[in-house]
Design a protein around this ligand. Structure first.
Ligand SMILES: [Zn+2]
Length: 213
């Protein structure tokens, strides 16, 4: 460790949170070529596993008329939660994925978000990468719940990598809904390691319409 360089190792071998935040902010500012006086918003990166969003009508069929989702645990974005309810989905070659978690609250349209490997496992070769809610023309699947079966005509997507920002954060980064950003990675604060763009450039979703992820 050269003296004077920014490093995450101190003489004590560890650092406190404020120092981490300061370093992250500094790197972000340098990356953006902004002045050092402005504080960069700290955004959170999360991943989510496969899940389903369900509409009222499909909920009625799958879990019974008037049934409600049962809260299991909160998601990062306020008001959104993983439900206790799960379903089984059946793909075109009768392969299935069981214990598919439903995320609440209910939506206007049912939608299933899968990983690429899930899609292959189910026998799909053509599940498009879409932003959440953009399901027109996507494949469907048969969904089995404890009380009934729904045949979704469409709604299977692989979720596009996207960024949620509030309007202030979007203004800071100078982006608007639908813009694309590059997301560089660095490990343990060292941007000279593992700096790469993600293969998909990230979509920006400034108004938090999706509710999770
Ligand atoms: Zn989702």
């Amino acid at each position: 460790m050269r003296s004077g360089s920014k490093t995450l190792t101190t003489s004590a071998g560890s650092i406190d949170r404020s120092m981490v935040e300061q370093i992250v902010r500094q790197v972000a500012l340098e990356y953006l070529g902004r002045g050092k006086s402005t504080q960069a918003p700290v955004l959170t990166v999360q991943t989510s596993s496969r899940h389903m969003h369900v509409c009222r009508e499909d909920m009625d069929v799958l879990f019974g008329l008037g049934s409600e989702l049962t809260f299991d645990r909160p998601l990062f974005q306020e008001g959104n939660f993983a439900a206790k309810e799960t379903v089984t989905i059946v793909g075109p070659r009768n392969r299935l994925i069981s214990n598919l978690r439903i995320l609440g609250p209910m939506r206007k349209q049912s939608q299933i978000e899968l990983a690429f490997t899930d899609a292959i496992m189910l026998g799909f070769t053509d599940i498009p990468v879409r932003l959440s809610g953009d399901i027109a023309g996507t494949p469907g699947a048969v969904v089995i719940g404890p009380k009934g079966v729904v045949e979704l005509k469409e709604g299977l997507i692989r979720a596009a990598i996207h960024v949620h920002m509030n309007p202030d954060e979007a203004a800071y980064f100078g982006v608007a809904k639908g813009d694309r950003m590059k997301l560089p990675f660095w490990r343990r604060g060292r941007r000279d390691l593992q700096q790469r763009s993600c293969s998909d450039r990230s979509h920006v979703t400034p108004q938090r319409p999706h509710g999770h992820r």
